[in-house]
Design a protein around this ligand. Sequence first.
Ligand code: BJW
Ligand code: ZN
Length: 246
Amino acid sequence: MLEEVVGKLKNCSKVVVLTGAGISAESGVPTFRGKEGLWGKFKPEQLASMDAFMSNPKIVWEWYNWRRELIAKVRPNAGHVALVNLENMIDEFTLVTQNVDNLHFLAGSKSILELHGNIYRNKCMDCSALYEDEGDINPERIPTCSLCNGKIRPDIVWFGEMLDSDIINRAFLKAEEAELFFVVGTSALVHPAATLPIVAQQHGAILVEINVERTALSDIVDFHFEGKSGQFLPKLVELLKEQIST
Ligand code: BJW
Ligand code: ZN
């Protein structure tokens, strides 16, 4: 089955990969859902929403500081690296990620669309002015915007918030053009990200899913590979290299 996907991939020039928290799991970054996931320990609406930030900005910042520290200690894994190699072998490659952990950048991927923001950036809660070099935020004394005095918050898309329109529009355009669309390490429950593979398939793309378990998308994909992305993606890239050189 893997050989069949590689055979198709070899003849594709437009490839999109959508990643979720699962691709960073092997680096040691917790996923969101599932027993060990962040949402198993913390309630999303109490941490990842504007309401939460308005009512208790201190707790929200404490949580983000904890996650920043955790993420700062980890490294990209073999799955991230394989996607860098894949990008170098495909004419028009787009990596669309829901992750905010910066690991695709650290690995060396270039064409990245970050749908849900980046944990290292901050912005003003009112006017959205970016504050990239604020350093550590003290939850007891949250800095305010020099333009409008709004509180500084992480530049992350919380529930109920719109995604950056330029980024999501580009992602949909790439999905519509894709010949092959990989869905890697995401439960495919959060929209509009989870709509991208469906749109790609409606426009003729072959859908390939890589996940350690079945997801909301598994019944409609053309190929479902059950396994860890850090093991599967390097194999896929190696096979593609072999096929290209023969
Ligand atoms: C491995 C592995 C290994 C593990 N190898 N695999 C349509 C229908 C219903 C609802 C909506 C809809 N459209 C919009 C909504 C509302 C909402 C939504 O989708 N809700 C659903 C949950 C029901 N969406 C929004 O609010 C979005 N905004 C929006 O649509 O604005 C317009 C609007 C406004 C107002 C009203 C309505 C619409 C914004 C969504 C923002 C999501 N933000 C978060 C949190 C950020 C906080 C933070 O990070 O600090 O982003 S939620 C969280 O989920 C995070 C992730 O990016 C996102 C996706 O999670 P992901 O990556 O899939 O992780 P998991 O944990 O779910 O899955 C991991 C997977 O990996 C699992 O499958 C494992 O098996 C697998 N795995 N190890 C391979 N080694
Ligand atoms: Zn402001």
